[in-house]
Design a protein around this ligand. Structure first.
Ligand code: SF4
Ligand code: SF4
Length: 344
């Protein structure tokens, strides 16, 4: 067993001091995107995860190797998906080996679909705790609760808070009644429309296919700057999404892609290390990241028009709407940057 590196130890110390939620907010997060397969198919999913995606998920050596690299980023580390808990036996093997090598993730992300009773939740929290995991992230909103009964989320929230402390449980803080009401919001067209407009998701992946109709279109030369995954944008560019310090989340997926929330690949660890990807700067990964970082989706659309005949729409609902449209168009020309297939 080796001691954690200095960068890793600094993050652990902050997590100990303030908890997973505050430390993640301060440092940003990085994750294994363990699989694109999911137990459900939320309408806002930025990666297009769903029940019919390939059953590709990481092997234990692959996952543990990536955890070593992720811990060098000075970020709070987690395992996400898709739904990583659906491969529970394999995930447990990853956690045991990661613990043996002192590269445990700080937290695990789940949609709570597994939480059919208290016994199964207690058993899984036991495994997490025994293997050095200190927190959990659970989702609750009208999209998840269209599939996962609210009582499963509420069960995990209650038991995880008891186990890890509220400072280590990253989830919706609404009352039990408010969480239960999410089902009726998702089932009522008028309320869902109001919800989407009040909390617009980034219109990529499944969100682009299933939610963009709830937003108003604007002329393409008057798209508002919008809000990215962590920070508000202040212009037409997307520089904050490709800045090593400010990018909200960095993932490695089951195909070894260094994947962003936007669905633009920064490199593949078969040919370049994660540390090198981050040191050269996400914006410098390839021509797509450069164009998006400097000029946003309009710059990418103009490139696609000039090079491949893309027809720029006259109206879009947001920057991400235009971006996803043009990236889908460009994907056949650059599948190593605009992929994998699950995301498009
Ligand atoms: S948002 Fe999460 S739970 Fe929902 S489909 Fe995507 S990966 Fe699955
Ligand atoms: S416009 Fe594209 S690059 Fe910018 S935040 Fe949206 S998806 Fe990401």
């Amino acid at each position: 067993m080796t001691e954690p590196s200095e960068a890793h130890a600094r993050v652990d110390a902050l997590v100990d001091q303030v908890g997973v939620v505050a430390a993640g907010g301060q440092l940003g997060v990085a994750a294994l995107l363990y699989t694109y397969q999911c137990t459900i198919a939320c309408r806002h999913c930025c990666f297009g995860c769903a029940t019919d995606r390939p059953h590709a998920h990481m092997s234990t050596p692959q996952a543990v190797g990536h955890l070593h690299a992720l811990h060098e980023l000075g970020r709070v580390i987690h395992i996400a998906g898709g739904e990583c808990m659906m491969y529970w036996d394999d995930l447990r093997s990853v956690l045991e080996q990661a613990h043996a090598e002192r590269v445990e993730p700080h937290f695990i992300e789940t949609n709570c679909s597994f939480a059919t009773d208290d016994a199964v939740v207690a058993e899984r929290l036991d495994v997490l705790e025994a293997n050095g995991v200190v927190g959990l992230l659970m989702s609750a909103d009208p999209y998840h609760q269209a599939f996962v009964p609210p009582e499963r989320f509420l069960r995990v929230r209650r038991m995880a808070r008891e186990r890890f402390g509220p400072e280590n449980v990253w989830c919706a803080g609404g009352s039990d009644d408010e969480v239960s009401d999410l089902v009726s919001i998702g089932a009522d067209e008028a309320r869902l429309r109001e919800y989407v407009r009040a909390h617009p998701p980034r219109m990529v992946g499944t969100a682009h296919r299933k939610l963009r109709q709830y937003l108003d279109a604007v002329p393409v030369d008057r798209i508002p700057p919008g809000h990215g995954w962590r920070f508000a944008h202040d212009g037409s560019d997307c520089g904050v999404e490709f800045d090593a310090e400010r990018i909200w989340e960095v993932h490695i997926d089951p195909y070894n892609n260094v994947q962003t929330n936007c669905g633009v690949i920064l490199g593949n660890t078969d040919s370049i290390g994660l540390a090198e990807v981050m040191a050269r700067g996400p914006a410098n990964a390839n021509f797509v990241t450069k164009l998006l970082a400097e000029g946003g989706p309009v710059a990418l659309a103009e490139y696609a028009r000039d090079k491949h005949g893309f027809i720029i729409p006259s109206e879009v609902v947001s920057k991400c709407d235009l971006c996803y449209n043009v990236r889908k168009f460009l994907r056949p020309f650059h599948p190593e940057i605009l992929g994998p297939a699950e995301v498009y």
